[in-house]
Design a protein around this ligand. Structure first.
Ligand code: PLP
Length: 469
């Protein structure tokens, strides 16, 4: 950090400030975690200086021997960790991993047959006219995915995302009464839509999914089953989701991030059956630029950590904690969607119980040093900006070593705060969607109780904050 400080004291200060911030706030954002210092150091070094377009032993640049070793190790560990036929570790993020997967599936299933008809395997050798024939077929494929308000991700066909330009998108929703994905209803929709891809996976759904059943259903209509396990990859690696709930044996293609429950560096990953490997491997040049060797090195470290038995214990504790938190929230009178959770997150309706928007609840809890995010709920009347809900996750607090007792204390603090906050009035006398009022004493009590929890579970105790004067 002294080196950083000598160039930019403001950036050095921000790094230290961020550590202080993360040490003094309870991190309950379901998509965040704390990666190990080994992972962070593998990422922050000279590997960032190397270009390595292509894939191991097949590069468009000279001098890639070390990057070859790094990428091969990361891919081999990912394959071993998840029991996958093939692993591709270049995607820079989860969004990129999904694009690589989409393009691979479109290439293998939509483009290839047209090229065969045209008698030309290499698209770059087609005339403009023939290439437009290919494009017309490729761009008319259907994607059936979980809708955004039911917990699907932006990259699953949301109108403001490029995925909605790539596909003719159809969505499925949770059942309005149970809040659950009803596989019988989905099967019916699948038979009506007959998509090229059935996409499963979520950012905000608290239950596990039966991927064996989804694969059977996809096979009935000849669809490709793609699973985006970005959120729950750590639960798959840690053997919490096994058998029919493990996507890897059942899906044709699985995508993921590496930084959420998996606790690695910020990045993406694609796993697939042999049939798609050739296409997935062409992520660069299909849509990725040069790979990030430093991040692939950090992925290799994180995958190795996740192969250890301790990671399985960690993954089971994440769920034990989210279930303890959900139970305690229910006991405190909070409205927990679907009544609980099977994974690392729970959703809470703050509009029904407290008359607040998700935005107000998020802000007031942050003021009390609990960091979490507001989230749209199924069929949310408050829209995606203000929202009616909170998404609360336990991966980070579990990394800190917290357990069910701490979860009960957190539920009690959340109730203390939300039960005492009131929406402020706007100048015209309407209920504000953003502003709120909370008694100073309640604020002080909540902050003190959060600090008591954090004092017993310090983040990176080995890091010295006094490096920069
Ligand atoms: N897929 C899912 C299900 C996600 O929840 C997310 C991120 O929140 C992504 C993809 C995108 O990941 P990234 O932010 O790394 O692009």
């Amino acid at each position: 950090l002294d080196q950083v400080n000598s160039v930019s004291p403001t950036i050095a200060a921000s790094i230290i400030q961020e550590l202080q911030d993360q040490r003094s706030n309870l991190k309950m954002i379901a998509s965040e975690n704390y990666s190990s210092l080994a992972t962070q150091l593998a990422m922050g070094n000279l590997l960032t200086d190397k270009y390595a377009e292509g894939y191991p032993n097949h590069r468009f640049y000279a001098g890639c021997d070390n990057v070859d070793a790094i990428e091969s190790e990361a891919a081999q560990l990912a394959q071993q960790l998840f029991g996958a036929d093939y692993a591709y570790v270049q995607p820079h993020s989860g969004a990129d991993a999904n694009l690589v997967a989409f393009l691979a599936i479109l290439s293998a299933k939509a483009q290839k047959p047209v090229l065969a008809e045209l008698g030309q395997e290499d698209p770059s050798k087609l005339s403009r006219e023939d290439w437009n024939k290919v494009r017309e077929v490729v761009h008319n494929q259907r994607l059936l995915s979980l809708d955004y308000y039911s917990g699907g991700h932006l990259t699953h066909g949301y109108r403001h995302n490029i995925s909605s330009h790539l596909f003719d998108v159809y969505t499925y929703s949770v059942d309005p009464n149970s809040g659950l994905i009803d596989l019988d209803q989905l099967r019916q929709q699948l038979h009506e839509v007959k998509p090229l891809i059935l996409l499963a996976g979520y950012s905000a759904y608290p239950r596990k999914l039966n991927f064996a059943r989804m694969r059977e259903m996809a096979d009935e209509v000849g669809a490709v089953l793609m699973v985006d396990m970005a959120h729950f990859a750590g639960l798959v690696a840690g053997k919490v989701f096994t058998g029919e709930f493990d996507p890897v044996p059942h899906a044709h293609v699985v995508t993921s991030t590496t930084h959420k429950t998996l606790r690695g560096p910020r990045g993406g990953l694609v796993l697939c059956k042999e049939e798609f490997a050739e296409w997935v491997n062409k992520g660069c040049p299909a849509m990725l630029g040069g790979p990030l060797p430093h991040v692939m090195a950090a992925k290799a470290i994180a995958f190795r950590e996740a192969c250890r038995p301790e990671f399985q214990t960690y993954a089971h504790k994440i769920v034990e904690n989210s279930q303890a938190l959900a139970e305690a929230c229910v006991e405190e009178g909070l409205n927990v969607l679907t009544g609980g959770t099977d994974n690392h997150l729970l959703l809470i309706d703050v509009a029904k119980t407290f008359g607040l928007t998700g935005r107000q609840a998020e802000s007031v809890l942050r003021e009390c040093n609990i960091t979490l995010n507001r989230n749209s709920l199924p069929f949310d009347a408050n829209g995606p900006w203000y929202t009616s809900g909170l998404r609360i996750g336990t991966p980070a607090t579990t990394t800190l070593g917290m357990g069910p007792e701490e979860m009960r204390e957190i539920a009690s603090i959340i109730k203390l705060v939300l039960g005492n906050v009131t929406a402020a009035k706007t100048a015209s006398g309407k209920k504000s969607l953003t502003k709120y009022m909370l008694d100073e004493q309640i604020l002080a009590e909540a902050r003190q109780r959060v600090q008591n929890l954090l004092a017993r579970h310090q983040l990176y105790p080995e890091l010295n904050l006094d490096l920069v004067q």
